[in-house]
Write a protein that binds this ligand. Structure first.
Ligand SMILES: NC(=O)c1ccc[n+]([C@@H]2O[C@H](COP(=O)([O-])OP(=O)(O)OC[C@H]3O[C@@H](n4cnc5c(N)ncnc54)[C@H](O)[C@@H]3O)[C@@H](O)[C@H]2O)c1
Length: 341
């Protein structure tokens, strides 16, 4: 049964536990991706109705994206459309059919290193795609757009920890430049059209169902396969590793708060030595790594560290998973998913 409440279409639906409830409609792009999958699952568990959009591209093995989607399919309150967000026509139809209350844009071409190899992928997904999304939010009376930014916007910032008050005019990768552009475009739309927008600067997210192009995943798979692991900047790297459940809690808070315009850091507020992370993976796997020390990669930064004071104050964001526990959970999932050999 449909009903109108506060001028918004809410859908009254039969819940999985046979009790009726109201559900809000949230459109999540990148829903077959690492963060998008976890966010979608968390929303579905809380009886939101979710339209997931993803183009299932092969930047990394799409079987992992399909396997994530398999976990979401059993939910009656989940719809999936295989659409590229740079395709304005198909995206427009999906928006009008679903009529979302809020939109979370996580679809993007991720990765700092790949932006050197394939710059156009970043323009299409991160700029044209974002413009399509934000235009449709504007024209479809969406209450709020929450979108993924990145710690990469801090570029060559040398002040540690990275604060949302720091200057972000010095991106050192095309990826970082597209994410910063998203924040600027969002600001102009909030200003011009009263569209609520929140940008989330995620810091090195890891956990079960994680991304195969990221260091923790690469280290784990190579150690298991008895292959040498590439460690850049000769191991002199520090990263603020943030566990996926903390990221989802912060993202959910941003969806709920729905500020008029804001950007937040979502990190763990702890800068870990990369070699300590390698040691923890070795410990969890019960196997030593063979290490290949390499120079710094272009576009990369030696350290990331999030100042989360504003996120704690305005989103109630308090990360609770330390790397010891988080890496244990990641390795456990990895061994279960790929087999213990
Ligand atoms: N994981 C991290 O550490 C991290 C850090 C900072 C920012 N982010 C940002 O968070 C978001 C989610 O990242 P993730 O780690 O889940 O990455 P991911 O690559 O696993 O997920 C992104 C998803 O978007 C889809 N996609 C890409 N281009 C698309 C397009 N044009 N149309 C439709 N779908 C498209 C991909 O198929 C993928 O499933 C991205 O915007 C990323 O830039 C992630």
């Amino acid at each position: 049964m449909n009903t109108l409440e506060s001028g918004r279409l809410l859908v009254k639906a039969e819940g999985r536990n046979n009790h009726s409830m109201y559900m809000k409609r949230i459109l999540v792009t990148g829903s077959a991706g690492f963060i998008g999958y976890h966010l979608t699952k968390s929303l579905l568990d809380d009886d939101y109705e979710v339209l997931g959009i993803d183009n299932l591209n092969d930047y990394y093995n799409p079987n992992l994206k399909l396997a994530r989607l398999d976990q979401l399919k059993p939910y009656k309150n989940f719809i999936f459309n295989k659409i590229d967000i740079s395709n304005r026509e198909l995206l427009t139809k999906a928006f009008t059919d679903f009529n979302p209350n809020k939109v979370v844009n996580l679809a993007a071409q991720a990765g700092v290193r790949y932006s050197i190899e394939n710059p156009y992928a970043y323009m299409d997904a991160n700029l044209v795609g974002l413009l399509n999304i934000i235009e449709l939010c504007r024209h479809n009376d969406v209450e709020g757009l929450i979108y993924a930014s990145s710690s990469s916007v801090y570029g060559a910032n040398e002040k540690i920890p990275f604060s949302v008050d720091d200057s972000v005019d010095i991106p050192i990768s095309l990826y970082g430049a597209t994410k910063r552009s998203n924040e600027l475009i969002a600001y102009s739309y909030s200003h011009l059209y009263d569209l609520n927008t929140t940008g989330l600067r995620y810091f090195t997210v890891y956990g079960p169902w994680g991304r195969p192009d990221m260091a923790m995943f690469i280290f784990t798979s190579k150690i298991m396969a008895s292959e040498p692991i590439p460690v850049f900047n000769y191991g002199k790297m520090r990263r603020d590793f943030t566990y996926i459940d903390d990221i989802i809690a912060g993202t959910r808070a941003a969806i709920d708060k729905n500020y008029a315009f804001d950007v937040f850091n979502l990190g763990n507020h702890k800068s870990e030595e990369l070699m300590d992370v390698v040691r923890l993976i070795e410990e969890k796997l019960g196997k030593k790594a063979e290490i290949e020390f390499l120079p710094m990669q272009p576009g990369d930064i030696p350290e990331s560290f999030a100042d989360i004071e504003k996120s704690t104050e305005m989103l109630g964001y308090k990360p609770t998973t330390n790397v010891d526990v988080g890496i244990g959970k990641f390795v456990e999932w990895y061994q279960e998913y790929y087999g213990n050999t």
